[in-house]
Ligand binder design. Structure first.
Ligand code: SF4
Ligand SMILES: [Zn+2]
Length: 339
């Protein structure tokens, strides 16, 4: 259940994000070379409970997303203008040619899946030039699953065409973020939960899988309310047909959320709250929907310590692999697992 606690007047004023306010709060972009990927590594993905695959993750350099969501920090590594034709195929060739710094974790010499995350929308011709799509499809032909990302309102027929042109199965990652009726409009996502559900329906009709990104930690809400909101959103995404819900602890550091953090309107969730959101979501959604907690920032989160951090991460990873709740190990360090 979504708690009725709406943000305070002060938080409400601060959170009245529009594109101009979000842009005004930003710092400078990083220098980005359009002919080199931002980052490449391999990570473990859950194909099904107990079945792991290696996935090559490619952060592509390209045009900035036009949506300007309040919590987004992806704009920092984007170009000032459109993606030059030819740049993305060159980046993908480089990402496939060189072994990443982080070695594969699951068995097998080569990753079977690939993520092409472009910090924007795969269906936006400004970000992914139409002329490059056949070459991109050919480059990822050998992968069993190709995962791209786009805004739910930009799901269109080009995805079905791309799905037919690759050798494996296409999965489209969509940011749901939250279904909280007060917070979602203030994130400047420019989307409703109904838009998200419609996008999922369209993908299903085209036999394309969907993955949802759900935020853990919302401005104007305390931790228990943020946990409940994440579980509500996970339940919504599963009901909309997503095969995977990825819980993302909300980060500051993008300018606008730093202002909210300075005002006290946004506090990044603790490790215990993230664990609670994962446990609650695993229990709330049907078993055919995978649920994972993004651990990219785990080590930087508050609420764990040097004595429990690694063991708690290992438990979360085990929960991902098994798609099951596991009992928390007793802590003798003073930290708490869950709220
Ligand atoms: S739609 Fe995604 S990439 Fe675009 S601004 Fe929002 S969070 Fe960032
Ligand atoms: Zn501890």
């Amino acid at each position: 259940m979504i708690r009725p606690d709406a943000p305070s007047d002060q938080a409400d004023r601060l959170m009245a994000a529009d594109s101009a306010a979000v842009r005004q709060a930003r710092g400078a972009k990083a220098a980005v070379d359009p002919w080199r990927p931002i980052a490449v590594w391999d990570e473990e993905e859950v194909a099904a409970p107990g079945e792991m695959v290696d996935c090559r993750v490619v952060f592509l350099a390209g045009a900035e997303c036009p949506f300007t969501c309040a919590m987004c920090d992806l704009w920092r590594h984007t170009l000032a203008g459109p993606t030059p034709p030819g740049a993305l195929p060159a980046q993908i060739e480089a990402a496939l040619a060189h072994a990443p710094a982080i070695p594969p974790m699951a068995a097998g010499p080569d990753p079977r899946w690939i993520k092409l995350y472009n910090a924007s929308n795969f269906t936006d011709p400004r970000a992914v030039p139409v002329v490059d799509r056949p070459r991109i499809a050919a480059l990822v032909e050998r992968f069993e699953r190709v995962i791209v990302e786009t805004h739910p309102r930009l799901v269109d027929d080009s995805l079905e065409h791309f799905a037919r042109s690759i050798g494996g199965r296409l999965e489209v990652a969509l940011g749901l973020e939250t279904i909280h009726p007060v917070i979602l409009p203030r994130l400047n996502k420019q989307m409703t939960p109904a838009d998200f559900a419609a996008a999922c329906t369209r993908l299903q009709a085209a036999d394309i899988d969907a993955r949802a990104f759900v935020l853990v930690g919302l401005p104007g809400l305390d931790e228990p309310a943020s946990i409940d909101a994440a579980i509500d959103a996970a339940r919504f995404a599963a009901a909309a047909g997503c095969r995977h819900v990825s819980l993302i602890p909300t980060r500051s550091g993008n300018g606008f959320f730093d202002r909210l953090a300075a005002d006290g309107s946004f506090v990044p969730v603790t490790a215990g709250a993230a664990e609670a959101a994962l446990a609650g979501s695993l229990a709330a959604v049907p078993s055919d929907c995978l649920v994972t907690l993004d651990l990219w920032d785990w080590d930087r989160m508050a609420g764990h310590c040097g004595r429990c951090r690694a063991a708690r991460r290992a438990r979360i990873e085990q929960m991902h692999r098994a798609r099951a709740l596991l009992p928390p190990a007793p802590l003798d360090c003073g930290c708490r697992h869950e709220l």
